[in-house]
Ligand binder design. Structure first.
Ligand SMILES: *[C@@H]1O[C@H](CO)[C@@H](O)[C@H](O)[C@H]1NC(C)=O
Ligand SMILES: *[C@@H]1O[C@H](CO)[C@@H](O)[C@H](O)[C@H]1NC(C)=O
Ligand SMILES: [Mg+2]
Length: 263
């Protein structure tokens, strides 16, 4: 299952860690050339701004409502996302989720659900962000939606593992995403292509939620499930807005994401 993301990551990594001449015949986003293994790995590109501390503030939700990754942290975030640490951090999150899932006494009445977010939780948009400055460029709906419509999101291997475990336990899968209804078909196809073959429900953002914060939209959709007798056993996302609000579920799990903030 790791093959979905590894070829891409390893080709990026070879560009970072091997002689650049070897990479000249591969297609790679030009920004990758800016990454240097010796620079920014510890977030010390610019005196006075520790990119590691910046990322910690983001992950702990002390820093909220931020629009872009600080320009000085492009290298740092690029290395983080393409390197081992992002995978290790994701693994640490999913390990806890797996332990929790295994500890459950599942009723098996078909009413137990686990909520999965999609972007940067189930599907990775890393190829897009590698081309667009690793979050240093302001969000551009046009180019991002073009990327989504290509249906080339990569499976996040750790989440895929959790998904398979949850399914095997007889818990139903619900995808709850900020992607819009117009992206339903491409999203479903993309999910299936990379190994997420089945689900109870795929909920996309309908027009009634346009302009509303994700936390309100997602809370409302989760509440609807619980009103209909479902029990949210687990909930995993890369944004705090995936796991805050109401009806958040018995346990929540926050995956790393230093690329963007969704309120
Ligand atoms: C988004 O990207 C397109 C294509 O590069 C550009 O023409 C447009 O001005 C950008 N929009 C914003 C809001 O930056
Ligand atoms: C989930 O939380 C509810 C409400 O606190 C509790 O009654 C239920 O036993 C919990 N379920 C699991 C599987 O932990
Ligand atoms: Mg997400």
């Amino acid at each position: 299952m790791e093959t979905h993301v590894f070829p891409l990551l390893s080709s990026f990594l070879s560009i970072i860690f091997l002689a650049t001449s070897q990479a000249s015949d591969l297609y790679i986003p030009h920004q990758i050339h800016l990454l240097r293994p010796q620079s920014g790995a510890h977030g010390r590109d610019v005196p006075g701004l520790s990119c590691l501390s910046w990322r910690l503030s983001v992950e702990t939700h002390n820093l909220v409502g931020w629009k872009t990754v600080p320009q000085q942290c492009e290298n740092y975030v690029g290395h983080y996302m393409l390197g081992k640490q992002y995978r290790d951090d994701s693994k640490a999150v999913v390990n806890e989720a797996l332990l929790y899932a295994q500890s459950l006494k599942v009723a098996g009445d078909g009413k137990e659900i686990w909520v999965f977010d999609i972007d940067e939780t189930t599907l990775s948009n890393l190829p897009y962000f590698a081309k667009h400055g690793f979050g240093t460029e302001p969000y551009n709906a046009t180019t991002f939606n073009e990327w989504v419509m290509e249906g080339k999101g990569l499976a996040l291997p750790e989440t895929l593992k959790l998904y398979q475990k949850v399914l095997s336990l007889g818990i139903k899968i619900v995808f709850l995403t900020g992607r819009t209804e117009s992206q339903r078909s491409v999203t479903a196809t993309n999910l299936k292509k990379v190994g997420f073959h089945t689900w109870e429900k795929l909920i996309l953002k309908g027009p009634s939620y346009t302009g509303k914060p994700a936390v309100a939209y997602k809370s409302n959709e989760r509440k609807f499930f619980e009103k209909n007798g479902y029990r949210i056993i687990g909930n995993i996302g890369d944004q705090w807005s995936d796991i805050l609000g109401t009806n958040t579920g018995n346990r929540t799990f926050k995956l790393p994401d230093p690329l963007y903030y969704v309120s």
